[in-house]
Design a protein around this ligand. Structure first.
Ligand code: BGC
Length: 760
């Protein structure tokens, strides 16, 4: 549709229609619920039936047949021919579930991530969706925060590469094309750094840190063309992101030139009152409008306040029209005015969702994402004696992690099934299902169901919290107490040891429950549950070789159990093809190549621990000196650093050479082992002295390469001014002449380094 036509449409809309165009609801509200039946946070807004009928977008439902009917019914009733937008949280897969985003980032393989995102878009588009609330570009350093599973780790460059690849995969060069959907990058900004890792908690950091570390990945997603941006729940410089004019209008729109739609997070607009920056609903609405928030999700403040605000002259009609116009432009970009169903197609949906081709892509992604953390000559499996398999993730399809949209756990192949295909009766199992159920230690255990609104519950205040039976702080048990109170399992361990009496080696599929990851899943204790630790220790003490498979949405605290495992494979939550991907690695059909995108802590007290930190005024140069920046009881270094990961072969990386004009740096990488494999060559830079402090190392490039045994290749990187730049005190992106360290290696701790002088 021509822009003029869109403008005409806007001019024909009533104020109520505009306010509702700027309001996102759940479909049930439009459809089935009379206002009297509304529950939860929306009840207070008293939507009229007429208002509900002209909401501009809905979230959380999909399915070609359902959405086609919803669109038809909606348009039949609509006064103006403006179709509905359908959005949902398709975070790591629609029906074919991919490994969680944190795992995806460990592939260091943006092309494969893009290819998989394109498959996700094909499924979601056929199921009638128009927009996905993904990618999440929040930089993370604190694994206590449950949402690190949705993030791409601690490095801004890697984060940016992954966010951009995901956007390209979903949208291609035009989200309106068949099989494409629009991307909504979130949560703008800095949601990944809540104090203490507690979800929704205060975020506070200097502007330089915000710009250097936290903003770049959102910017890359915007550069890749993301059609939408979602604001975060947190404050940025003491102003909630959802009404932060400096952030939304200043940085996002003016500085980065973003022209798409900005949406709030779920009820975030209403939460301005809890944040104490709005005294009432109209003030919240006024602040959001001034900041340029186009759509507010699920709190109804625009519907409730725009008329009054306009009448009082607190906002202008032009501000409203700009928001509405951006929403209509997105609908137009998606081709909805001509084809309101877009790609919704029951037959295609059936054919594509969970198809073999998508599953195969997901398997490739899953195996590239798994990180071999330790291997004392036990992997790949080469034993011809019986193999034991135990642990809560042995025989379950529940290996998706949170936000696994339509993934069907019942239909998903389990590790036990995949390994049985390989090893037949040589596979001996114990403490799989039983272990889960009897000890409330289960991966299968379901989380408490939300009671409020159909889609999800969003408690807005303390009263809502107490409804959900969350213990007041004073009554909760300390972590150690909770650990000790867990039931003992000697009988189970005895039984397992007995069943495994002929096994020289046991695989333990351990980890954290799926529902302990994702939103509202912060934890202060990142150890495996006591029962799992006991099992691992008992097998080790009985002289078995132990292969520990770690299913988790975050780096766990595995130091207490590391010595008892002969091999550790971090498999994350690997998705629909996860069991096959794990089996590919255990059997050696695939040589592990994943690299950590987030450091593993030595204990929770050490968090946050991340590689790209500052030097401080008192770095540890002399271990005898007490007055340096360190802990008395723990080294500063992580258990496993960023960029780390083993392979079944070995690689060397040497002969760092920097060209005379300093525009390229290269190394010789050799496969020094006896099987082919892939590794990730990593380029780091350090600005040795600058006008503001600079990190000890910053990733500026990486290359995934495959080498046959004995082969070597020279890998070179171009070094650009952009790589040397940072935000200086004047908030300018620039570089300063002087000394820089150029480092290349195969993880962030082991690098070759050359110091050079850069001048203009
Ligand atoms: C989450 C978002 C999500 C939204 C819609 C919020 O609670 O923070 O990431 O996209 O809900 O479901």
């Amino acid at each position: 549709m021509e822009k003029n036509k869109l403008l005409e449409l806007v001019s024909e809309m009533s104020l109520e229609e505009k306010a509702m165009q700027m309001t996102q609801l759940v479909p049930d509200m439009l459809y089935h619920l009379a206002p009297a039946n509304l529950t939860g946070p929306l009840r207070q807004w008293h939507f009229t039936h007429g208002q509900l009928r002209c909401a501009g977008s809905v979230l959380g439902k999909s399915g070609a047949a359902y959405l086609k009917k919803l669109q038809d019914d909606y348009l039949k009733d609509a006064r103006l021919p403006i179709p509905l937008l359908f959005m949902a949280d398709v975070i790591h897969g629609y029906e074919t579930i991919l490994p969680i985003p944190l795992a995806q980032s460990c592939t260091f393989d943006p092309e494969l991530v893009e290819e998989n995102a394109a498959a996700v878009a094909r499924e979601a588009a056929a199921a009638g969706l128009h927009v996905t609330f993904s990618p999440m570009a929040d930089l993370v350093r604190d694994p206590r925060w449950g949402r690190v599973m949705e993030a791409c780790g601690e490095d801004p460059w890697l984060n940016g590469q992954m966010a951009a690849a995901t956007v390209r995969g979903y949208q291609g060069n035009d989200p309106g094309k068949k099989g494409k959907i629009a991307a909504c990058v979130k949560h703008f900004a800095a949601y990944g750094q809540p104090e203490g890792g507690r979800d929704y908690n205060t975020v506070d950091m200097s502007r330089g840190v915000l710009r250097d570390f936290y903003l770049p990945a959102y910017r890359e997603a915007v550069r890749a063309g993301a059609a939408m941006v979602m604001t975060s729940f947190n404050t940025v410089e003491r102003v909630p992101a959802t009404c932060n004019r400096w952030l939304l209008d200043g940085i996002l729109r003016k500085e980065w030139g973003f022209q798409g739609v900005v949406i709030s997070d779920y009820t975030a607009a209403e939460e301005l009152m809890n944040h104490s920056v709005a005294a009432d609903v109209p003030e919240a609405g006024e602040k959001c409008i001034h900041a340029g928030l186009d759509i507010e999700m699920m709190s109804g403040i625009y519907a409730a306040s725009l008329a009054e605000l306009l009448e009082q002259g607190r906002i202008s009609e032009q501000e409203i029209d700009m928001c509405v116009m951006r929403i209509l432009e997105l609908k137009n970009r998606l081709g909805l005015f001509e084809n309101p169903w877009k790609d919704a197609d029951e037959e295609l949906e059936k054919r594509l969702c969970g198809c073999k081709e998508h599953l195969e892509l997901a398997r490739k992604l899953a195996r590239e994402s798994m990180v071999l953390l330790k291997n004392d000559n036990v992997l790949p499996l080469s034993t011809d004696t019986p193999i034991g398999l135990a642990g809560p993730f042995s025989n379950t399809g529940g290996i998706f992690g949170e936000w696994s949209y339509l993934g069907n756990r019942e239909k998903t192949r389990t590790l036990q099934e995949a390994l049985t295909e390989e090893y037949g009766t040589r596979l001996v199992t114990a403490m799989t299902d039983t272990f889960c159920r009897e000890n409330s230690d289960s991966a299968l255990e379901t989380p408490p169901e939300p009671e409020e609104f159909p889609e999800k519950s969003k408690p807005a205040d303390a009263e809502a919290l107490s409804d959900r039976k969350i213990l007041p702080c004073g009554e909760s048990h300390s972590v150690e107490e909770t650990r000790l109170r867990k039931p003992d399992v000697p009988d189970f361990v005895e039984e397992a040891l007995n069943r495994f009496r002929h096994c020289g080696l046991c695989i333990v599929a351990a980890g954290e429950p799926e529902w302990e990851t994702g939103e509202a899943a912060s934890k202060t204790d990142l150890r495996l549950s006591p029962n799992q630790e006991k099992l691992i220790r008992a097998l080790h003490n009985a002289g078995k070789k132990v292969v520990l498979l770690l299913f988790s949405g975050r780096p766990l605290d595995i130091a207490p159990i590391l010595d008892a495992a002969d091999a550790v494979l971090q498999v994350w939550f690997p998705g629909s093809a996860g069991a096959d991907a794990v089996t590919d690695i255990l059997t050696g059909k695939y040589n592990p190549s994943g690299r950590l995108s987030m450091s593993f802590p030595r204990n929770t007290g050490q968090i946050p621990v991340y590689y790209n930190c500052y030097n401080t005024g008192r770095p540890v140069l002399d271990p005898e000196n007490r007055f340096t920046s360190h802990y008395l009881d723990c080294p500063n270094s992580p258990l496993f650093p960023f960029g780390y990961g083993l392979s079944y072969t070995t690689f060397s990386c040497r002969n760092l050479k920097v060209s005379e004009d300093h525009s390229t740096a290269s190394v010789l990488v050799e496969n020094t082992g006896n099987r082919s494999g892939e590794t990730v060559v990593q380029l780091y830079l350090r600005d040795v002295s600058a006008s503001v402090v600079r990190p000890l190392k910053e990733l500026k490039g990486f290359r995934r390469i495959a080498l046959e045994a004995g082969d070597a290749v020279e890998v070179s990187f171009r070094i650009t001014a952009d790589m040397l730049s940072f935000y200086n005190e004047a908030e300018q992106w620039d570089w300063e002449p002087g000394e820089f360290d150029i480092m290349i290696g195969l993880d962030s701790e082991h690098v070759e380094c050359q110091r050079v002088w850069f001048q203009p």
